[in-house]
Write a protein that binds this ligand. Structure first.
Ligand code: PGA
Length: 242
C-alpha cells in the first residue's frame, strides 16, 4: 500500500488526477472505476483541464461508477449520473455509451443489480478504481455490516450516510434511502485502487480502515488485502494516523 500525505484538498486532487492521467496515457482504453461525492470533484476538474490542454484523450476510455441512488433517473439533478455528467462526462471527449452507472430507475433491485454486475464482470473489473470513504468507513455504498457483500446489491443507507448526504439536498427527507452499489469483490477486482480523503472529519475512518483489523464493520479495511492500493490524504485526514 502506498500512502501519500499531501498538504490539502487541492494537492490531493492533483495527485489523484496525475495517477488517473498516467493510467489513461499508458492504456488509452482503460476501464476507470469512478466515484461521486465531494472528494473527487477537484480530481475531475484537473482531468477536464488537462483534456482541454490537449494532454488527455478519453475517446477510448470506459467507465463504471460505484453506485446510484435507487429511484433517481439520469436527469434528476441529485442522481449520480447527473453528477458525473456535470463534472466529467459532458466536459471531455468520452463516448457516453462507454460510461456505466447502475440504473436507479429499475424498480426490481435484483434485476438492476444483476445487470450492473454483469457489466463489471464483462470488463473483468476496473483497471483503476477511484474511491472516497464515508465517515463510517463505507466504500461505494457498502455500509458497515456483519459481512462483506461481494456483488452489486441494493444497500439501505445508514443514518450516518443519510445525514452526510443531506447537505446536498434541499430537504433532508429527500435523501433516497436505498442505493445500488458495486459490492466489495467488484471493487477489489480493480487492478489499482486510489482512495482519496481529506478533512478532520474523515480522520477516524482512515485510522480505522488502515490501522485496525480487516472487518466488515469498517468496509474500507478490506483494502488492506489488496495488492495495489494508493491512499492520498491531506494533513487533517492523517492527523490520527500513526
Ligand atoms: P464525500 O463522500 O466524498 O462526499 O465525502 C465520500 C463517501 O461517502 O464515500
Amino acid at each position: 500500500m502506498k500512502m501519500y500525505r499531501v498538504k490539502d484538498y487541492n494537492a490531493m486532487s492533483r495527485k489523484a488526477a496525475n495517477i488517473i492521467a498516467a493510467q489513461i496515457i499508458l492504456k488509452p482504453d482503460s476501464v476507470l472505476g469512478l466515484a461521486t461525492g465531494g472528494s473527487p470533484v477537484g480530481t475531475y476538474e484537473y482531468l477536464v483541464q488537462w483534456y482541454k490542454d490537449g494532454d488527455l484523450d478519453f475517446s477510448q476510455v470506459k467507465t463504471v461508477n460505484l453506485d446510484e441512488y435507487k429511484g433517481l433517473s439520469k436527469d434528476n439533478d441529485q442522481s449520480y449520473f447527473y453528477f458525473m455528467d456535470q463534472h466529467l462526462f459532458s466536459k471531455v471527449n468520452i463516448d457516453i455509451k462507454n460510461t456505466h452507472i447502475p440504473d436507479g430507475t429499475i424498480e426490481d433491485s435484483d434485476e438492476a443489480c444483476k445487470r450492473y454486475n454483469s457489466i463489471i464482470e464483462g470488463f473483468g473489473g476496473a483497471d483503476l478504481q477511484l474511491l472516497g470513504i464515508g465517515h463510517n468507513g463505507h466504500i461505494g455504498f457498502n455500509e458497515p455490516d456483519e459481512m462483506f457483500i461481494k456483488e452489486t446489491h441494493c444497500a439501505a443507507l445508514t443514518d450516518s450516510t443519510i445525514e452526510a448526504n443531506a447537505r446536498l439536498f434541499e430537504n433532508p427527507d429527500d435523501v433516497p434511502r436505498y442505493a445500488y452499489t458495486m459490492g466489495i469483490q467488484n471493487i477489489m477486482q480493480a487492478k489499482t485502487i486510489v482512495l482519496i480523503a481529506s478533512g478532520k472529519d474523515k480522520a477516524k475512518a482512515i485510522k480505522d480502515a488502515f490501522t485496525g483489523p480487516v472487518t466488515p464493520a469498517v468496509p474500507a479495511s478490506i483494502l488492506q488485502l489488496h495488492p495495489n492500493v494508493i491512499v492520498i490524504g491531506d494533513e487533517d485526514v492523517f492527523s490520527l494516523y500513526e
